[in-house]
Write a protein that binds this ligand. Structure first.
Ligand SMILES: [Zn+2]
Length: 173
């Protein structure tokens, strides 16, 4: 066999690998619990399973980063009560609590949707109601996205990825 013939399969294999890298593969199926919530961001979004990914300061990521264009509306994922908050890392943030005590945390908004917003103030919202606009406040500077957490019964956070995977359309596929 000539050297060219011998190497041809290797070259083809290399192209196959490179080609595959250019195709957006379906996201890996989640293996956790998917909660009955809406997608927290309207319009086209992208995300990965970044639960417990290493973050600055030796911490682990405790949510899912849902990437969307700056200004994209973010909505309440369930009926409940929102509380506005501001943090050095979270930027303009919102806690949403439903009637069962489950809590959902939103971070990095450029702005809140309500004109009466005030830190620690409360307001009833319905699922699908716009509560904020995607931005990069806090430690998201330069990367507009929503940092989203789920806290069942108000306890420690669980991986939101299965829920995001189930509910958010136009995802990376
Ligand atoms: Zn995040």
């Amino acid at each position: 066999m000539s050297p060219i013939r011998r190497f041809a399969p290797l070259v083809l294999a290399a192209f196959a690998v490179l080609g595959a890298a250019c195709v957006k593969l379906p996201l890996p199926p989640p293996d956790g619990v998917a909660y009955d919530i809406l997608c927290p961001v309207t319009g086209t979004v992208s995300f990965t399973d970044d639960w417990h990914a290493p973050r600055s300061g030796g911490t682990l990521h405790e949510g899912t980063d849902v990437v969307a264009p700056r200004g994209a509306p973010s909505v309440a994922v369930v009926d409940g009560e929102i509380k506005w908050a501001v943090g050095a890392k979270s930027g303009y943030a919102i806690w949403l609590e439903d009637e069962d005590g489950n809590e959902y945390f939103y971070a990095h908004f450029d702005s809140w949707a309500h004109t009466d917003a005030a830190v620690e103030a409360e307001r009833d919202v319905v699922a699908g109601e716009v509560i904020g606009y995607i931005g990069d406040t806090g430690n998201a500077l330069g990367w507009p996205h929503l940092h989203f957490e789920i806290h069942p019964d108000g306890g420690p956070p669980v991986n939101p990825y299965p829920s995001i995977y189930a509910e958010c359309t136009d995802r990376n596929e």
